[in-house]
Write a protein that binds this ligand. Structure first.
Ligand code: GRF
Length: 225
């Protein structure tokens, strides 16, 4: 029998930016611990010191930087936040930066000088419903289908190449809140799946690297559960 030797590839180094509960961060931590995701979370940045995501990261032994958006009643200027975030990211040297429930809009300058490609999890089927309040807007519009997207972050808000989407059917009983919870369950599948495809090199880390061909589906890849 011929033994096939597989070169050990290094896990993708991932930094995660958060602002709130961190359920998506937790899914990544759980997937790594289960051996289902070949990545290492090298650090978490939170712009909110109250975020439960900070506790989740600390419990998992991950390096955390809290660059609090508001401290002692004072709002940290975006420039100051970005200066500290840039220094921290440069220290961690991630291959990929994941915005998972990160609620601060970053400047074009920061995005263009980012030390690694950035992806964002957005709770709507882009290009529909950029910005906030996406679930209620989908209900108000009488949409039949809704979901979430993961896209490359570019200077224009929620407008970079969409890599993946997960879809659900809106039922007549749905309201903004029920959709939020249903979409979040999709996010918990979409985020690890997308990062797995990035880590395996199936999806591109840079905007220009995915060449559509007769043999590959065009982006975004869609997940229907
Ligand atoms: C997600 O639903 C995401 O779509 C939105 O913020 C939420 C973050 O959830 N932008 P969590 O902090 O990961 O629990």
């Amino acid at each position: 029998m011929v033994a096939v030797s597989k070169a050990e590839s290094k896990p993708l180094r991932v930094a995660v930016l958060v602002s709130g509960n961190g359920s998506n961060l937790q899914v990544l931590i759980d997937a790594i611990q289960a051996g289902a995701l070949p990545i290492e979370i090298v650090g978490v940045i939170s712009n909110n010191q109250e975020a439960f995501a900070v506790t989740r990261a600390k419990n998992a032994g991950i390096d955390v930087a809290v660059l609090s958006h508001v401290a002692s009643g004072k709002r940290m200027a975006l420039k100051t936040f970005e200066k500290h975030a840039f220094e921290q990211l440069t220290t961690w040297q991630p291959d990929l930066i994941v915005l998972a429930g990160f609620m601060r809009v970053l400047s074009a300058e920061f995005i263009e000088q980012s030390p690694a490609p950035m992806i964002n999890l957005h709770p709507a089927l882009l290009p529909a419903y950029k910005g906030l309040d996406t679930h209620q807007r989908a209900v108000n519009a009488g949409d039949r289908v809704h979901g979430c997207s993961i896209h490359l972050v570019t200077a224009e808000l929620d407008s970079g190449q969409v890599l993946t989407q997960a879809l659900l059917n809106i039922s007549p009983k749905d309201c903004g809140e029920s959709l939020q919870s249903r979409v979040q369950q999709l996010e918990h599948k979409l985020l690890p799946w997308t990062i797995l495809l990035l880590a395996k090199g199936v999806l591109p880390l840079n905007n220009d690297d995915y060449t559509a061909s007769p043999y590959l589906p065009s982006l975004p890849l869609k997940l229907v559960i």
